[in-house]
Design a protein around this ligand. Structure first.
Ligand SMILES: [Zn+2]
Length: 140
């Protein structure tokens, strides 16, 4: 007599063939989750910056430490906001069907690149500076 082992729910693993179909629902979920995290982080950092919970100390040395801390918080809040903008624009591209298209050269963005940086809008070669910003190309 076999003891009733609960059968595991069958998990369908779909291999995506790139170019034909992207699992946009999974990507959107991931981006939305990331957006929430970033919003939370940005607002936590700005709440700390306003010293809502912990007012500036009267002690000068303490204040220096708090200011240094504020610099760090400012940087966190800044980078969270920047990433947030990228995530939001990725969500817009997703909605308009241009998610996996490089915004610079119009080619498909490599799937492994999207997996690593889901909000990127550039293919690897464009992101690595295919177009030199300074315009001074190495010649000869
Ligand atoms: Zn490109």
């Amino acid at each position: 007599m076999a003891r009733g082992a609960t059968p595991r729910p069958a998990r369908v693993l779909r291999r995506l063939s790139w170019g034909s179909e992207v699992d946009t629902n999974a990507v959107r979920d991931r981006l939305l989750k990331r957006r929430d995290e970033l919003r939370q982080r940005a607002s936590d950092a700005s709440a700390d910056l306003r010293h809502e919970a912990d007012p500036l100390s009267a002690d000068f040395a303490e204040q220096v430490t708090q200011r240094e801390n504020d610099d760090v918080l400012g940087a966190i809040s800044h980078s969270a906001r920047e990433e947030l903008q990228q995530v939001e624009s990725a969500l817009r591209r997703l909605a308009s069907g241009r998610y996996a298209t490089c915004s610079v050269c119009g080619e498909d963005i490599e799937p492994e690149r999207l997996a690593a940086v889901p909000y990127t809008d550039r293919c690897r070669s464009c992101a690595e500076g295919g177009r030199a910003a300074g315009g001074r190309g190495a010649r000869g």
